[in-house]
Design a protein around this ligand. Structure first.
Ligand SMILES: Cc1cc2nc3c(=O)[nH]c(=O)nc-3n(C[C@H](O)[C@H](O)[C@H](O)COP(=O)(O)O)c2cc1C
Length: 175
């Protein structure tokens, strides 16, 4: 039975939902899945795993700096296992920006790190306007207006393609 460690970086929790869904998919293959928050500085030596996945969301153009830090500190361990990385952002709702090759945030991130993940994923995230504070709400509405997305501040919009997340789970199961 493969043991898969999924590490995540999230601000509002949607990346955890995606990790859970990948985990459920992996469990259909009989995998044993463990999730851990990068914010808690997980020590890889204390986990028993065969494969490793990192998922991180974008906020104001960047993944949280702790993602880069974790990767640079643990690159050798990452490389010693079948591995994958995915990014969550709303630009990925656009068909022309929703693959690892075409998503600008993932491409920029890959140029900043020296780890070359064996497998990559990009998923469109969620905008939950009612949960945002005044500044973030206005900023996201402005960004959405510029990029022709929804601006109604009463809406929660989930752009995530869950079939695509399941397909990524299949990819991890077979890596
Ligand atoms: C304050 C804020 C800033 C964001 N900035 C960006 C951005 O620059 N580009 C983008 O594509 N998505 C951006 N997003 C969308 C998030 O990536 C999306 O909401 C994602 O689902 C968040 O995942 P999380 O809940 O795991 O943090 C932003 C969202 C918020 C709330």
């Amino acid at each position: 039975m493969a043991r898969v460690l999924i590490l995540y970086s999230t601000t509002d929790g949607h990346t955890i939902e995606i990790c859970k869904r990948i985990g459920q998919r992996l469990e259909t293959y009989g995998a044993d899945v463990e999730l851990a928050d990068l914010k808690e500085d997980p020590q890889l030596g204390s986990y028993d795993f065969d494969k490793i996945v990192i998922g991180a969301s974008i906020r104001y153009g960047k993944h949280q700096p702790l993602v880069n830090d974790f990767i640079s500190r643990n690159q050798a361990v990452l490389e010693a296992h079948p591995n994958a990385l995915f990014s969550v952002n709303v630009v990925a709702r656009k068909p022309e920006k929703n693959t690892p090759e075409t998503n600008p945030y993932l491409q920029k991130f890959l140029k900043k790190i020296s780890w070359q993940p064996q497998n990559l994923g990009v998923f469109a995230g969620r905008i939950d306007y009612p949960s945002l504070g005044f500044f973030d709400k206005q900023m996201i509405r402005l960004i959405m207006w510029i990029t022709k997305g929804p601006t109604d501040p009463t809406l929660t919009i989930e752009f995530t393609d869950w079939d695509k997340v399941d397909a990524f789970g299949d990819l991890v199961a077979n890596m």
